[in-house]
Design a protein around this ligand. Structure first.
Ligand code: CAA
Length: 258
């Protein structure tokens, strides 16, 4: 289906969603978030897709929630709508692997949406920040929580309380970002990572992602037990057998995603 504020492409087994409100630096207005939810649901349901890339423009991944849309809302409005978290969490709930490909600004809700993805790959032009404090408010889509878990208290406090931005290299050192890539040919390099991920068995990708995410929600002992049982569970899959047989026979595995 055609969207107004995003573009959706299927490149082999990779779904690419591009935030596309260039005049507003991809500010995340409600219609855009609705479209993003629909697009992700379609890609989730598409059996041919095994990895999803979420990206923006060269100038901005997204400059945050749409301030112009938000500015007239009352407390009762945002409470009634459960503004931000209710709808936005679709990105975090995606069951296929997701990559945020960030060039330019990832601020406020932009940084928060990037952090909802499984990993962030950054162009060297990327800038991350939670500048809500400058607007008289605080992050509302997980910024204080996911950022703190990702980079630790001191840098999270610095970003949230000062409103300052960090560059891609700083984000890499802090663990917010998995890789920094040259701005030139950035999306081609991201696609190589996405295609590698998409070449693996989808049920194994799903369970692997669940196991990593478990680390955020539980104790080490429970997490390790969850991981071990999930690892055992892969032995019920044809693809686990195929992967090990292919290794022993020195050939490429032919995963059936079963
Ligand atoms: N919402 C609405 N419009 C925005 C926007 C936003 N978050 N960010 C940028 N825009 C608009 C600007 O208003 C401007 O529109 P006009 O041309 O109609 O004036 C256009 O995008 C281009 O922006 P600038 O002229 O400001 O571009 P710049 O290069 O000079 O500055 C910037 C870039 C530093 C990112 C600056 O635009 C900026 O500070 N944006 C706001 C960032 C921000 O505060 N984000 C947090 C939002 S609140 C939030 O996200 C809450 C949450 O936790 C979910």
């Amino acid at each position: 289906m055609a969207f107004e504020d995003i573009l959706v492409e299927r490149k082999g087994a990779v779904g690419v969603v591009t935030l596309n409100r260039p005049k507003a630096l991809n500010a995340l207005c409600t219609p855009l978030i609705d479209e993003l939810g629909q697009a992700l649901a379609e890609l989730e349901a598409d059996e041919a897709i095994r990895c999803i890339v979420l990206t923006g423009s060269e100038k901005a991944f997204a400059a945050g929630a749409d301030i112009k849309e938000m500015k007239e809302k009352s407390y009762a409005d945002v409470l009634d709508e459960d503004f931000i978290t209710g709808d936005w969490e679709v990105v975090a709930h995606c069951r296929k692997p997701t990559i945020a490909a960030v060039a330019g600004f990832a601020l406020g809700g932009g940084c928060e949406v990037a952090m909802m993805c499984d990993m962030i790959l950054a162009a060297e032009t990327a800038r991350f920040g939670q500048p809500e404090i400058k607007l008289g408010t605080i992050p509302g889509a997980g910024g204080t929580q996911r950022l703190t878990r990702s980079v630790g208290k001191s840098l999270a406090m610095y970003l949230c309380l000062s409103g300052d931005m960090i560059d891609a290299e700083t984000a890499l050192r802090a663990g917010l970002v998995a890789k920094v890539l040259p701005a030139e040919g950035f999306l081609d390099e991201v696609m190589k990572v996405a295609e590698t991920i998409a070449s693996y068995s989808l049920p194994v990708l799903r369970t692997c992602k669940e196991a990593v995410n478990r680390a955020y929600e539980t104790t080490l002992a429970e997490g390790v037990l969850f991981e071990r049982r999930t690892f055992h569970g892969t032995f019920a899959l044809e693809d686990r057998k195929e992967g090990m047989e292919a290794f022993a026979e020195k050939r490429k595995p032919n995963f059936k995603h079963r």
